[in-house]
Ligand binder design. Sequence first.
Ligand code: BTN
Length: 241
Amino acid sequence: MSLKITSVVRVDFEIISYKTINSTNLYAYDLGKLGKRNKIVVSEIQTHGKGRLDRSWFSNKGGLYFSVLMDIKDVGKLEKINFLGSLSVVETLKEFSDKKFEIKWPNDVLFENKKICGILTELNVSSGYLVLGIGLNINNTIDSEIKEIGTSLKEIENLEFNVDLILNKFIEIFTKNLKIDDELLLERYKKYSKTMFKNVNLIILEKTVTGKVVDISYNGIHINTGNYVEVFNAGDCIHLR
Ligand code: BTN
């Protein structure tokens, strides 16, 4: 009889809070360089919030802006991190609202096609750490320029929320999700995926790939482009009708 040995990840996070910071991701990344791990940097406002693809992330008061600094080895399979982050956000939101939240690949969280949460993961592979940056619109007003594409929990529920409670719930759920099996994590992620079986345009640098999403795995998004299925692990995904 063989004994199956599973390693159990136990991570306790220290929370470092600011009223204003340039970017929680930048700060956490610098802490990582100093050898720090298992920190959550949170700020009420960010003056230079960073988004994906070199965009900026508007970070006014009332939102939840934080970054999780971790050792890569505590995540296990590195490709899991975006799945872990977005699934944990959806599961957290479900604790405060019974509305339907969905994930647009790789990690945007949407309510009725409007973005409520964005995630920016930054890696320092040579030093062995990662920063999972999460911007969640809670009580903050959405800039008029992005009203059509963005929303907040307050706008959805017509209620003010306690941002600290939401962060604590996220940490509880994220810590639990760190321990679950890779396959189960993926299965749970797919349950909330809005991208699965959608026709999409995937923009990768200058190139656009069009097709139907037939699967999502840790290798990326599997798109049937007509004659064959191609797998992409990055890009800006646009849902088509
Ligand atoms: C996106 O473009 O969708 C990702 C946005 C990520 C924003 C968060 S807010 C907290 C953390 N700090 C940053 O500067 N960015 C991330």
